[in-house]
Design a protein around this ligand. Sequence first.
Ligand SMILES: *Cc1c(COP(=O)(O)O)cnc(C)c1O
Length: 470
Amino acid sequence: MPKKRVKKTARKKNWRKFWRLGMEEFNTQYFDVNESGELVVKEGYYQYNIMDIVRKYGTVTEVFFPFILENRVRDLIELFNAYIKILNYRGKFYYHYVMKSNQNRDFVLPAIAEGAHIEVSSANELFLVKRMLEKDQFNHKIRVTCNGPKTEQYISLIEELRGKGLIVVPIIENYQELHRLGKFKGEVGVRINLDLKVDAHWDKKYNHFGFDEEEVEKIGRIRNLSILHYHISTQNERIEGFIRPLKRAIGLYAKLKPHNPNLDTINFGGGMAVPYEKKKKLFSTKSLVSQMIKVAKKESDKLGVKHPNLVCEWGSYFTAPSQITIFKILCEKAIFKKPDTKWYFIDGSFIAHLTDTWSVVRHKWHFTPANHMNTRRLQKVWLAGSTCDADDRYTASGNYVLLPKITEDVPDLYLVTYDTGSYQDTFANNHCLVSKPAVVICQNGEVKLSRKRQSPEELGKIFGWNGDHK
Ligand SMILES: *Cc1c(COP(=O)(O)O)cnc(C)c1O
């Protein structure tokens, strides 16, 4: 008898590993498979069963976990501060939550509660900051950096909030803004198009953001300049892609400092990679942070300048892993000329709900089922979305996604997409009039609906179908 039992356990697959769950290097350390093969998420000793959420709220549903966002913000701030101390660095560290990566109030407030400052990319995002300020929802010591084209509306809002005592720093990106903000009473920043390329998502020869290094050197003095800002790329998957730009920026900082005595900060923008579909792990945040502080210290000491404060504007790094999106598999279909793979149709859309699949960053995703995760019978699939567009599909670049085979034992299959918390909400659209997903929040052991799935009536209204047509 005992012999037999050993054999049985040996054959048992580690489903957790198989679906790449519970692994910090893929940001799935909070995810696990329960005994019935369903996906569960652990917040300390609280546990959320994703199928309970599906049974209650249906699909398509986005599930947001504030604790994941909070942990990431807290960990990064602590990491920078720890290395600043260990390496005896004399500048300070500020993390700015990137509003454009997710503007939902449910995301922004927890980040601020953990000590995040804010970065906005438009007047409308700054308007939301004004809303928070009016509600007395944050301390006036919070710093707000303002990127994006400075329209008159944007500038007057910046001035208004500054007048209310907030530290709002417009980042100047062209001569017109330089002129227009010439009399601005508060601190300003300047955006630099660094003269180097990194091997990342933006591999563009011509960059339309900010000033070239030479231009800024020629300008020399900028009134009230305190921040030198650059944003080199997004989804930057190598340490070198952060170190080289930082070194270069410190060189420029040293050149500008004599003309701009208040210049004391380097803002290194966003671009930290998310290991979306990675099979191998990326570099660790810890080694990146320690190397950045080392380089900042070494370079500024070499050039004889004060260690600059460092501002970080990583967006997706924080927001992406904090949310998942759940779809139902509607049906399967054979693929003509590809007998080993099948189409699985989802009740949502790659174009409308996971827009990054099809445009903008065009990255891949990590998928698992939400149920039947311990099934032995698997199927290679391509996923088809619900709109009429031929591009509304996911083939893992001609490869495949492995999911449970649909059989009598697996009649109802649900699909989970990971890392959907950044950008997808604003990129989302209503192609074929598909509804925006419902949003559910899991926090402190409670599950609550934060946004209902768009109804046909609501959708109709957006397009002028008010019912009475008066
Ligand atoms: C988009 C953006 C970011 C955030 O980029 P991620 O790739 O999400 O980290 C930061 N700063 C600026 C100026 C940006 O435009």
